[in-house]
Design a protein. Structure first.
Length: 136
């Protein structure tokens, strides 16, 4: 059970998502439906999870809520890595690393770095002295 690896209270998590869906379905905004898809993916097993993560990324990309979009990429990347899909995971994990670093959410950026390193990727640390330099 995939989600069970993240919590020993899977049923409680699933019940909470079910209650949350009542609010998101009433709201029907891309933000609400994106958070719903991301939440559902966290408590799913197997096949439905990737489609839900992609839906979350798609819907949240249409909002201004960059931290929520970055979290969707991060969670999807973590899921892909646990499925041993390292190349796909790297594609998803680079995005939240860059987004979280840019907006100053360094704990989440470090989480992405840890996941990237676990896939075998070498991640270069950004230095404040060169942050505003342009590449050629």
């Amino acid at each position: 059970m995939e989600a069970a690896a993240r919590t020993d209270r899977l049923q409680l998590a699933a019940d909470t998502v079910d209650r949350f869906v009542v609010a998101t379905q009433a709201n029907r905004t891309d933000w609400a439906l994106g958070i719903e898809a991301r939440s559902r993916a966290l408590v799913q097993e197997g096949d439905p999870a990737p489609d839900l993560y992609r839906e979350a990324v798609d819907r949240l990309s249409r909002t201004r809520l960059r931290p929520e979009l970055a979290r969707a990429h991060l969670l999807y990347g973590e899921w892909l890595r646990r499925q041993k899909r390292r190349i796909d995971a790297r594609d998803q994990l680079r995005t939240p690393h860059d987004m979280f670093t840019e907006i100053g959410r360094l704990a989440f950026a470090e989480r992405a770095v840890h996941e990237l390193r676990t896939t075998g990727e070498t991640v270069r640390k950004r230095q404040d002295a060169t942050r505003d330099d342009l590449t050629p």
